[in-house]
Design a protein. Structure first.
Length: 326
């Protein structure tokens, strides 16, 4: 591509410029270099292309995240990133996992010693979009016995003969919403849930959760009583607080924009009540469901952290939330 007589082919600059632009946009390195070299079929371009890609990525990382990370944050997608040795991740090694997730007093669970009816099952299916509910011995001991998932609860209703699926895939529950007959669910309970000790640090819990591809993680104490239920969103939020705070700001911005758009369309504040008694084919409610906002989740973590032992101050000024008891 480079001519000998002192004349330079402008395609060389176009190639290097395009590789630099893509590296700054996507922050890709090796894969982008291989793609560019495969297009040119010129191995003599390896060194300038790789130097340009590394410089572009390094420069971009000094200012902001990649475009892909920004889009993921704006869409509020709970993506668990790989752990790296940074100051934020080192801080997570000092925090206990019991400081995040849903505390036991606010946990939506199933008591084994209490009669469980069809109406209770319908209420759980319609009132939340949780994928699973912990099954405990009773509220006093909170001894964990297993996990009841949403598909298994639907299977229990179908096996009981009370669940009738419509032709369009929706399930109408109005006729059985107040049925007080007992529902046998023990055979559908997963008796081997993934658990971790409440003394496990958040760093190790995050790595375990990500490598095993879990949807929920039960945190138990030395008496096997559940003290917290951790989901992917809980881990993503604590990483945002200590490692990548820009994602927290982007997600807060996206949430405020969605709320503002809903208020403009409806002409009133956002409505978060159940609209009907029906489910989609996947077992999720058709109507709106009351969710905690990100601000409410952060306030709840602050309240729980303040109720425990006094947490030490973190050196970075941006870290204002300390989770769990140290």
């Amino acid at each position: 591509m480079v001519q000998i007589g002192g004349h330079i082919n402008p395609g060389v600059y176009a190639l290097i410029g395009s590789a630099s632009m893509l590296a700054g946009f996507t922050r890709m390195t090796m894969s982008l270099g291989v793609i560019v070299l495969e297009i040119t079929t010129n191995l003599f371009m390896t060194l300038p292309v790789m130097i340009t890609i590394v410089l572009a990525k390094t420069t971009g990382d000094l200012f902001n995240a990649s475009a892909y990370d920004i889009v993921i944050a704006l869409k509020n997608i709970p993506l668990l990133e790989a752990e790296i040795e940074t100051k934020g991740w080192e801080t997570l090694k000092t925090l206990e996992i019991q400081g995040i997730g849903c505390p036991p007093e606010q946990m939506d669970l199933i008591e084994f010693r209490q009669p469980f009816t069809v109406a209770d099952a319908v209420a759980k299916l319609l009132s939340t979009k949780h994928h699973a509910w912990p099954v405990v011995e009773d509220r006093s001991s909170m001894r964990l016995l297993g996990i009841m998932t949403r598909p298994k609860l639907l299977d229990a209703l179908e096996q009981d003969g009370t669940l009738l699926k419509a032709a369009d895939g929706h399930v109408e529950l109005k006729s059985i919403a107040e049925k007080q007959s007992a529902l046998s669910i023990w055979d559908h309970v997963s008796k081997d849930p993934f658990i971790l000790s409440n003394k496990t640090n958040i760093y190790d819990a995050h790595r375990t959760f990500r490598m095993l591809g879990l949807r929920h993680l039960c945190i138990v104490n030395e008496k096997h009583a559940i003290v917290s239920l951790v989901t992917r969103k809980d881990l993503c939020e604590v990483v945002e607080e200590f490692v990548s705070d820009y994602k927290q700001a982007l997600k807060d911005f996206a949430e405020s924009q969605e709320q503002r758009e809903d208020q403009v369309e409806d002409g009133s504040p956002i409505r978060k009540e159940l609209s009907n008694f029906s489910l989609e084919s996947g077992g999720l409610p058709v109507g709106a469901v009351n969710f905690d906002t990100r601000k409410e989740l952060r306030d709840r973590r602050k309240q729980r952290a303040n109720s425990d032992t006094e947490a030490p101050e973190l050196s970075p000024a941006k870290h204002q939330v300390v989770l769990g008891s140290l």
